[in-house]
Design a protein around this ligand. Structure first.
Ligand code: ZN
Length: 385
């Protein structure tokens, strides 16, 4: 794709662009120092882009697709990645499902539905945001190459294993739920999962709310109740890692690696699917800053999922409503305790009301929805091949 400067006077009279409003939106993602200009672009339905000076270099901060201006849409298309065919999109959808994401993300026409962005940075890695929020480049792991794919509503960066061709989307290494990428989402998460009857209670509530939940069980309970987990996964809920023993932060990277692989094995058995990858992790007691937790998470390309409100602690309808109004999104934590299930049952009409206004999907659905992670970074203008 090529970007040429707008010639003096050319088409300028026809620009339907409100630069000030776009900059206000874009300032969420970019530290804009000054506007460089509006330039014509010809690429897959995009015809103009707004370029700004950001962090010491020029970046495209918005593009016009059809008649709509979108913040931070892709300006780099790999030369060998023409429009994806329906078959390729179908394949991407299957891989997404295999990778542990809910399969309700619908793939759309590339031309009409494309938005969001991802960039492959110069060194061939993917840009993401780590804890505590700095932009970092995730280098491609050994035996992998960085790749950007269209996944329904977004371009998503990830890594393809060169020997197997399996593709892993890159996601942020740490989330709490109040990040812009969760906007409009209420993700319900359930930890420990030691009681299959209470689990079934949560599944029933999820059905009634039309919600998909994210479970963080201790490995032991996945092994003990595989039939419950087959049901959980079959219904497109998500499963994440929470350690086998619920230990208190004394974990080394080596221990986590071994413990995680045993967990994945239990998930494979329950799901009847060897290809299913676990992408989300939650440290017991939320101790992400203990031992080797977060460095292990980042080295694996996993995501630590924290929470904003906890049932039985600081989650009541008024605190949840207030938080959602203020932050726009929320990750709710519950445990498989009878009193937590009671809380959901007695607040069902409140939750039902929220389900009309927020997306009650799994954490991964929220993560992928906006085309993160590299959306944060935008793309340097000079990067186009
Ligand atoms: Zn726990």
């Amino acid at each position: 794709m090529s970007i040429k400067p707008l010639l003096a006077g050319e088409r300028r009279g026809r620009l339907d662009i409100n630069i000030e409003a776009l900059c206000r939106q874009a300032s969420r993602w970019f530290r804009i120092q000054r506007i460089v200009g509006v330039y014509p672009v010809l690429d897959q339905g995009i015809d103009q882009c707004l370029v700004a000076w950001v962090d010491g270099r020029e970046r495209v901060i918005a593009v016009r697709q059809e008649t709509e201006w979108l913040i931070n849409v892709p300006v780099v298309v790999q030369e060998d990645s023409p429009l994806h065919s329906i078959e390729e999109l179908g394949q991407a959808q299957r891989e997404l499902t295999q990778a542990g994401y809910g399969n309700t993300l619908q793939l759309q026409s590339v031309v009409s539905g494309k938005q969001g962005i991802v960039g492959i940075v110069r060194a061939g890695g993917i840009v993401t945001r780590n804890w505590p929020g700095n932009l970092v480049e995730l280098p491609a792991p050994d035996g992998c190459q960085a790749e950007v794919r269209w996944l329904g509503r977004a371009w998503v960066g990830g890594f393809t294993e060169t020997y197997s061709g399996n593709w892993w989307p890159a996601v942020p290494s740490y989330v709490e739920g109040n990040e812009p990428l969760f906007e409009g989402s209420l993700a319900i998460t359930v930890d420990d999962c030691n009681d299959p009857d209470i689990m079934r209670g949560f599944l029933a509530i999820a059905d009634r709310l039309g919600a998909r939940l994210t479970f963080f069980p201790n490995s032991l309970y996945v092994k003990m109740y595989p039939e419950v987990w087959a049901e959980v996964l079959g219904r497109q809920h998500e499963i994440g890692y929470h350690t086998s023993s619920h230990s208190r932060g004394d974990w080394s990277e080596e221990w986590l690696e071994q413990d995680f692989s045993e967990f994945e094995e239990a998930v494979h058995k329950a799901a009847g699917d060897e290809q299913r990858h676990v992408r989300l992790v939650r440290p017991p007691f939320g101790l992400f800053d203990h031992g080797g937790w977060q460095s292990w998470v980042e080295s694996k390309g996993l995501t630590t999922v924290m929470w904003d409100r906890s049932v039985g602690r600081d989650a009541w309808p008024y605190t949840i409503s207030g938080y959602l109004e203020r932050e726009g999104s929320l990750i709710l934590l519950a445990h498989t305790h009878m009193q937590d299930l009671d809380w959901f049952e007695s607040n069902e009409s409140f939750l039902h009301d929220l389900a009309g206004r927020y997306t009650l999907g799994t954490v991964s659905e929220s993560l992928l929805r906006e085309g993160i992670p590299v959306r944060w970074e935008g793309l340097p203008v000079g990067l186009a091949p």
